[in-house]
Design a protein around this ligand. Structure first.
Ligand code: CA
Length: 420
């Protein structure tokens, strides 16, 4: 199967959704409660309609579910072939779609006219801590600059189990979390709205193949288990976190909201953007070693938009700065026999780069609030204010090929009144 470099649909040069992307998502609109779709240029393409017209070799019933889990569970032999078929239909004028005016009208809808939904039901959510620049910054700030990394950090991809229930799709709003914080000048905690609300610029990958309890996945086989990636904002309440995290790690500081972008960009679409990562020194244990370039060159930007105001870019980072790869994360996650399920979501951890403009959280960008960020409207931010919308964007560009993720955005509302 071949694909030409262009689509017969008009796609702008800076579009996230070129013919080289063809991601998967779930949409709804006034006539459709939920269906699988892909994106091309400014349009979504309803996959159920294409299957119903006999253009896709897949059981159309899996394309009208509320989430993509059943579709993904068909396996890469099916989903990869389907994606290649979509590329054919959207690039070759005589492949059977362009010539069918009625179907084009039914299946292609302007993206602005539909609502994107959660693409998968996330069973379990794991968050790693795999950016060396981020871990070094945090360790420097809250522990010891000379020993910023814990002794285990370069030997295993540190992670913790998060909570799936509060993962929401881009475009949502949530109330500022409330909880316990300990003022610096007191030994006793106080209760109230979080004062240090932060973002975490992350990506996440969606598990595409389940394993049995006791089964382990090697780094060499890990890609078979990774369906694709999304952008991920792991909202964090730093004041709640600082007080609660000892000794078991994050709890209520992290589980009140996390935001994902609606389109799952497949690993196959990302393959052309593989690159080298940091050299891992000391050498890792054999089960974590891998062959080839397994990092990815994904440019990441974060924008802060005050209520009624303009977008302000507050940082630019890149996924290539990850110390631990997704393949190592899968191998480590399963080395004890823990099973994976289709739809599980694994966060990268905050992705910071070496330059201060590349830090992936407000905590780092403002160095714990000591260096406020100046916005275009003259205001300053140490952390996130009520009414602020935070938007993550990500794209890959190489050899004239561009793909992107679409927006990962959420707005912070004031804390709700107390109910006790
Ligand atoms: Ca995180």
């Amino acid at each position: 199967m071949t694909s030409s470099a262009t689509s017969w649909i008009d796609v702008k040069a800076d579009s996230d959704f070129t013919i080289h992307n063809i991601p998967f998502g779930i949409y709804s609109d006034p006539t459709v409660s939920h269906r699988a779709c892909t994106a091309i240029g400014e349009y979504i393409v309803d996959l159920y309609e294409l299957a119903n017209a006999g253009l896709l070799n897949v059981n159309k019933n899996v394309l009208e579910k509320p989430v993509l889990n059943e579709f993904i569970a068909l396996g890469k032999s099916v989903t990869t072939a389907l994606r290649l078929r979509l590329i054919e239909l959207l690039s070759h004028p005589d492949a059977g779609l362009k010539s069918n005016d009625e179907l084009v009208k039914k299946a292609l809808k302007p993206m602005r006219s539909v609502q994107m939904q959660m693409p998968v039901q996330v069973g379990d959510y794991t968050d790693f801590y795999s950016s060396i620049d981020h871990a070094t910054n945090i360790g420097t700030m809250i522990r010891d600059p000379k020993n910023a990394l814990m002794p285990n950090w370069k030997h295993l991809p540190v992670g913790y189990h998060g909570r799936a229930s509060s993962i929401c799709v881009s475009g949502h709003q949530f109330h500022r979390p409330k909880g316990q914080q300990k003022p610096a000048d007191s030994d006793l905690p106080v209760y109230g709205p979080c004062k240090l609300l932060d973002i975490e610029l992350e990506t996440a990958f969606i598990i595409g193949k389940s394993t049995a309890l006791g089964e382990t996945v090697s780094t060499a086989k890990a890609d078979d288990y990774i369906f694709g990636m999304v952008l991920f904002n792991d909202w964090s309440a730093r004041d709640i976190q600082t007080w609660e995290y000892v000794p078991l790690g994050p709890f209520l500081a992290k589980n009140f909201a996390s935001t994902i972008s609606p389109w799952i960009v497949t690993l196959e679409a990302l393959e052309p953007f593989r690159t080298k990562g940091y050299v891992q020194d000391p050498k890792v244990l054999p089960y974590l070693q891998y062959q080839g370039d397994k990092n990815l060159d994904i440019q990441l930007d974060v924008f802060l938009k005050p209520a009624g105001g303009e977008e302000n870019k507050i940082c630019s980072s890149n996924y290539k700065y990850m110390y631990w790869t997704m393949e190592q994360q899968v191998a480590h996650h399963t080395i004890n026999g823990c099973n994976l399920n289709v739809g599980d979501l694994m966060g990268s951890g905050t992705i910071s780069g070496p330059d201060p403009s590349e830090y992936g959280s407000m905590m780092e960008l403002t160095w714990r609030g000591t260096k406020p960020i100046k916005l275009k409207d003259g205001s300053e931010r140490k952390f996130v204010n009520d009414g602020d919308t935070l938007i993550l964007r990500g794209r890959c560009e190489r050899n004239g090929i561009r793909i992107g993720f679409g927006d990962c955005a959420a707005t912070v509302l004031p804390a709700t009144p107390d109910q006790f």
